[in-house]
Design a protein around this ligand. Structure first.
Ligand code: PLP
Length: 361
């Protein structure tokens, strides 16, 4: 009985050939592959705006915030139930992340909680399309417009997701997609940022490259957050495969939802296209016990995203009452949903979960 891993990056001969092509060209730093990847990414996901590639999703979020003018004294509303990169990127600009609660149905920022968290220092809100489900962008964009604040998207887990026909990545002043190996598509490490306008795009390109558009004519203080052509070449190949992988994720999710018993399965909102970066159930009795027993008794891996809410992490540690966040952190269990699962794997996941849920584990 082989171990079923909770995630599995898919790297094929095409990716290997693309890397070899770049290596043989002798030009491996940021160059034509990165430029092509940026264009192809924007076109592929129908973003209708320009994209800028960087060396990680976190860098993209950081530079996106800087490019939108976020800095010391500002507040940005973020969920606490997310990966720490969301709040880290805000804090790295010198601004303060302000944690708001999520909704129980989609694990994403609650529009009511966002509105309640707005102060006269709030400059923006950064919803996370968690697990591949779009956040309630129609309502969050409406709130942001009424209060004159910006929207920044953390689309790290949501390549190809959409809400009422609008792709994630097309709502905010900027949106960041992560290209880390376990995400829906990868470039090895990397991030892609879509920019709502030419000013944000230009600043992104400056910050990525030491503040230079023209060599040695530095315009701002910047970093080296460039993507290499090697990574871009991998990403370009993955772009041709990601739609089929997302379809497979949705098929696997549908099977799990149809057959799982004794746990609360994820829902998809009306008008939402979910890309199931994670398939996350709620285990109300003993989530940690279920995860351990799945591994020990059924050789099935699972994940907890995220067991410690960000507002309780040492660097942030603030005393706020986020009941839905605490509940989700205690109950969430992500089961394998990745495209390489076989039907036997899916059966084994269902058998294991249902037996453990029935036994009260
Ligand atoms: C992965 C992830 C990030 C960070 O992306 P990296 O490419 O790992 O830097 C940010 N936010 C969320 C929600 C993520 O899942």
């Amino acid at each position: 009985m082989d171990f079923i891993p909770p995630a599995k990056p898919l790297i094929g001969d095409e990716e290997r050939a693309a890397v070899d092509r770049v290596m043989r060209s002798g030009m491996i730093a940021q160059g034509p592959e990165v430029a092509a990847f940026e264009q192809e990414f924007a076109e592929h996901f129908g973003l209708g705006r320009s994209c800028v590639a960087v060396n990680s999703g976190t860098s993209g979020q950081h530079l996106g915030l800087l490019s939108c003018g976020v800095g010391p004294g500002d507040e940005v509303i973020v969920p606490s139930f997310t990966f720490a990169a969301t709040a880290n990127s805000v804090a790295l600009t010198g601004a303060t992340p302000v944690f708001a609660d999520i909704d129980a149905d989609d694990f994403c920022l609650s529009p009511e909680a966002v509105e309640a968290a707005i102060t006269d220092r709030t400059v923006g809100v950064m919803p996370v399309h968690l697990y591949g489900h779009p956040a309630k962008m129609d309502r969050i964009v409406d709130i942001a417009q009424r209060h004159g604040i910006q929207v920044f998207e953390d689309a790290a887990q949501a390549h190809g997701a959409s809400l009422h026909g609008t792709p994630v990545g097309a709502f905010g002043s900027f949106a960041m997609f992560s290209l880390y190996p376990t995400k829906n598509m990868t470039s090895g490490e990397g991030g892609m940022v879509s920019a709502a306008n030419p000013d944000v795009e230009r600043l992104m390109r400056l910050y990525r490259n030491q503040g230079m558009e023209k060599q040695y004519h530095n315009e701002v203080v910047g970093l080296n957050n460039r993507m290499t052509d090697i990574h871009a070449a991998i990403g370009r190949v993955q772009l041709t495969k990601v739609d089929a992988w997302n379809e497979a994720r949705r098929r696997n999710a549908a099977f799990l939802t149809e057959h799982l018993e004794g746990v609360i399965t994820p829902t998809v909102a009306d008008g939402a296209v979910h890309v199931f970066h994670q398939y996350t159930v709620r285990v109300q009795d003993d989530r940690d016990g279920m995860s351990q027993a799945l591994r020990d008794e059924h050789n099935v891996g699972s994940g907890m995203f995220y067991p410690v809410p960000n507002h309780r992490l040492a660097p942030f540690s603030v005393d706020v009452d986020l009941p839905e966040t605490e509940k989700a952190a205690a109950e969430c269990l992500s089961l394998p949903v990745h495209p390489s699962l076989s039907s036997e794997d899916l059966e084994r996941i269902v058998t294991g979960v249902n037996a453990l849920a029935k036994a009260g584990v």
